[in-house]
Design a binder for this molecule. Sequence first.
Ligand SMILES: Nc1ncnc2c1ncn2[C@@H]1O[C@H](COP(=O)(O)OP(=O)(O)O)[C@@H](O)[C@H]1O
Ligand SMILES: [Mg+2]
Length: 299
Amino acid sequence: MKIGFLACPGTMPPASAATGAKRRGDAYEHDLQVAALRPALEERGGSLTEIDWHSPLEDCVRFDLVLLGTVWDYQDHADSFLAKIEAIAASGVMVCNAPELVRWNIDKIYLKELAENGALTIPTVWSDNPGYADIAGAFDHFECDRVVAKLRVSGGAEGQHSFSRDHMPARDWRMGGGAMIQPFLPAIQEEGELSFIFIDGAFSHAILKTAATGEYRIQSLYGGQETQITPSDSDIAAALSVLSSLPGDTPLYARIDMLRADGGGLMVMEAEVIEPFLYPVQGPDLGARMAEAIAARLK
Ligand SMILES: Nc1ncnc2c1ncn2[C@@H]1O[C@H](COP(=O)(O)OP(=O)(O)O)[C@@H](O)[C@H]1O
Ligand SMILES: [Mg+2]
């Protein structure tokens, strides 16, 4: 089984030290994920090849199965990314996760659908291109003093803003795209964000991500820290119910990111089924679980 692991210019390992290609600050996460997957696949007679998803189609289809890996620039090229993975799938190569699920997951408007289907979500106001008045209105709407504004199509907290009543955007500020505004939830700086990793629908491991002092974004690029946790059965059940409400077949991999609500339950921050980092260090069985699930799919 030949597995292609799609990456992007910022995460691809430099061909040689001499090329001096500039890697992202979190490219080490790419290396950790590959280091977990490659030996597990090789043990089962498989191989893993990293490939930049911007490569020509013919180079992306030389595999039995293509993983979406670390395509961490897809949000800047959403249409060509979707077209590329749909073309890979159309050529007969299995793509995980499935392009239809990716298309659904690429726009955070899916959170509205999850909420309508009964999931506990963060209160959200949706707006096509919010400006000053939308931010001001959100404080009153949510009866809060601080909000977070996020682009509907984004990742890694890119293009995200946090505003408060005494730290407002300029009068002529515009978000620049379809966006969502949420109350800033202090739970992010108290407990932190919980991530539940599921492989083929089975719970694998969970981690708690906390922000650096003075930060609220828990991503490693902003100094966030992650620790393995043993979640309660009810917390796992909450994440599993989100997973079960995703459209289509069970995804090969999923990361459900959650935040504690005042009542003690967990609210969905995101259901990540495109290119989530799967925290292999905190889940030492990840490689074996993935390799087994991949082998089963290719049988
Ligand atoms: N409503 C919120 N309250 C507090 N922090 C938030 C809120 N929404 C997002 N964040 C912070 O911003 C980060 C990025 O937001 P998220 O919705 O996960 O988008 P993405 O990871 O796709 O950029 C979160 O991991 C969290 O640290
Ligand atoms: Mg996130």
